[in-house]
Design a protein around this ligand. Sequence first.
Ligand code: ZN
Length: 470
Amino acid sequence: MERIIKEKKKNFKSKKIIISLSILLILLIGFLIFEFILLPKIELKGKKTTIVKYNTKYIEKGYTASYLGKDITKQVKLSGKVNSKKLGTYKITYKINKGILSKKIIRKVIVKDLEKPKIEITKDDVYVCPGSEFVKEKVKAKDNYDGDISNKVKTILSKDKNQVTYQVKDSSGNTTNIIKKIIYKDIEAPKITLEGSEETYISLGVKFNDPGYKAEDNCDGDLTKEVKVEGGVDSNKLGTYQITYSIKDKEGNETKKDRKVIVSNGVIYLTFDDGPNSGTTDVILNILKEEGVKATFFVTNKGPDELIKREYDEGHTVALHTASHDYSIVYASDESYFNDLYSVQDRVKRITGHESKIIRFPGGASNTISRRYSNGIMSRITQEVLNRGFKYYDWNISSGDAGNTTEASGVYNNVVNSLRHDRVNMVLMHDIKPYTRDALRDIIKYGKNNGYRFEKITMDTEMITQRVNN
Ligand code: ZN
């Protein structure tokens, strides 16, 4: 009896399991039919999770969609965007609707910085002075994403100190290592710096004083005392001389530098017209005395006698411009010119006791203003003054101080920019002008520093003449 009951129970259990399994099977088949036959299908080309390099455009690999065996790719709707300029994970959704049924697939796009930073080192090896320690130096590093990461560069010295590693890691973990050999050797030549100019003029007969030099080596330090100087200057002989400065460091690296010294015959005649004049001529005389320079003054009947006396007593040439400096009188006739000339000659003789025969025509020999008063007068009197034993001097450099130049800097520039070593420089200035007075010291300094000598006009000085135009 008990056995029968047991059997029945067993049968009942088996039936239950079979029913359950059947239901499950039906559900599974139902699900499969639903999923694979009734639901639309989307298939992605490429990977479901895609990595895109930072700053590189994401390109959609594509997809297909079907429903009940029909291609419905065109009905798929995409949403989501990838900003490749910003690191991160982006989602792209592919969706399709078919009646009440819909299907959705997501693709993950990860924008990543995969590029290693760059360390900027140009040299192949690192050289360290023998006997010295390797000193860390700043190295530049740039990253495509982080920008300048120079401050993140690590400098790692090997134990034997024969190798250095520069290492830098960007914020995404990309690491760059640059390994350099350290060589203990001085490969840099010393540097020589010349004081003064590399091409310098000195005046004939003036001793050349070397303006000096310095030598410095990256490893050996100051080597100035060991500089070899070769070549010399014979300042009594015109010409171009070369002085060579050379220096070797302990390693034998050598540097040479040359200086050209030109012994020049360049001469400057400073000439002052229209004076004398209190407040300018006196200061000009002071400057000339302080600088030890002699000049030439073409005077008129104006200004105090004492200044003409001073000009003469202090060794300058007192020369003749004309008494009135009035063009309408001076150039009215040949006779009128000589009357005016002799008038100022008398004044000078009265003050200095010396008869001057050195003259300058008002407006110069080339002036055209005299045409207004006497046609051809310049042609006649430029000849007649010579017949009467005078010498006349025009100029080849104008300071501009009787024209548009009304500042000391302008006077200075006009003069120094026109100076030349290969000729006599006859400079026209006016000692009645305050800006000329103020420019004088610098003009003299420039001349001295550039190998010119200053002279006053004497009867032996060759005439500097302009073309006669009337
Ligand atoms: Zn004048």
